[in-house]
Design a protein around this ligand. Structure first.
Ligand code: HEC
Length: 212
């Protein structure tokens, strides 16, 4: 097992890179064994390997204490995270989660506009865009509070992901068929997913630390 002492924080870049790679390799090794155990039920092998690359580059961007936290997650959590990542092929090199979230909100509003005006094409496109929202730089984890980077909190992501992204895709399929009634019925479920995830992972936005 790899252990990081406080002293390592002062090491120069090349050593840091090697340390990052070692951590990443350890993470990947454990994820691969999960792949073997589940016999590819969750993801096919090429997807799995592509997601390992994504996790690897995300891990390399994290500071050592976060890398350590991520490395300590269970194999199950790591697999779930990779499954969630596999639903996204748009990644940003500079946007934060907050910026991505504002874009997600715009897409949600655009779905509503499309449905309200019988523009099923706008609704379907916006819903697919929402489901495949951009991932912020470093992935989702760096934007979670330190206390939430654990197996228990992260397990709830799977359900929130289906509520938001699963129902967005269902909405798009219904809109494609011109079935606006069914499409509209998913709006509430998507919103439930936004709210539920915020209850776990987000505090009240924009709070001042200058108030008593
Ligand atoms: C995976 C959990 C998760 C889901 C699902 C989610 N959010 Fe968020 N959202 C967050 C987190 C965490 C933040 C805080 C990000 C930050 O401030 O760094 C956030 C922040 C936001 C913000 C920014 C608020 C601010 O501080 O300016 C908006 C807007 C937002 N979310 C909209 C939505 C909408 C709309 C949906 C559903 C379509 C949604 N979110 C679904 C986790 C989630």
């Amino acid at each position: 097992m790899i252990s990081i002492s406080i002293n390592n924080l002062t090491l120069k870049t090349p050593v840091k890179v090697i340390r990052n790679l070692t951590l990443v390799t350890a993470l990947m090794a454990s994820a691969s064994s999960v792949y073997a155990n589940t016999n590819g039920q969750a993801m096919d092998k090429p997807t799995m390997m592509a997601m390992q690359k994504v996790m690897k580059s995300d891990m390399a961007l994290m500071k050592p204490d976060l890398q350590k936290q991520v490395q300590g997650l269970s194999k199950k959590t790591k697999m779930e995270l990779m499954k969630i990542l596999s639903g996204h092929n748009r990644r940003s090199k500079q946007l934060t989660l907050r910026q991505v979230m504002h874009e997600v909100l715009s897409d949600y509003q655009s779905i509503v506009s499309g449905l309200a005006t019988d523009n099923t094409e706008q609704a379907a496109d916006s819903a697919r865009r929402l489901a495949n929202h951009r991932l912020p730089v470093g992935g989702l984890i760096p934007y979670m509070a330190k206390k939430d980077v654990n197996d228990e909190s992260l397990a709830s992501l799977v359900g929130f992901n289906d509520l938001v992204e699963g129902n967005s895709l269902r909405l798009a399929a219904a809109a494609d068929k011109g079935n606006t009634g069914e499409a509209a019925s998913y709006l509430g479920k998507i919103a439930e997913g936004c709210v539920a995830c915020h209850q776990v992972f987000r505090g009240q936005p924009g709070r001042s630390d200058r108030l008593r």
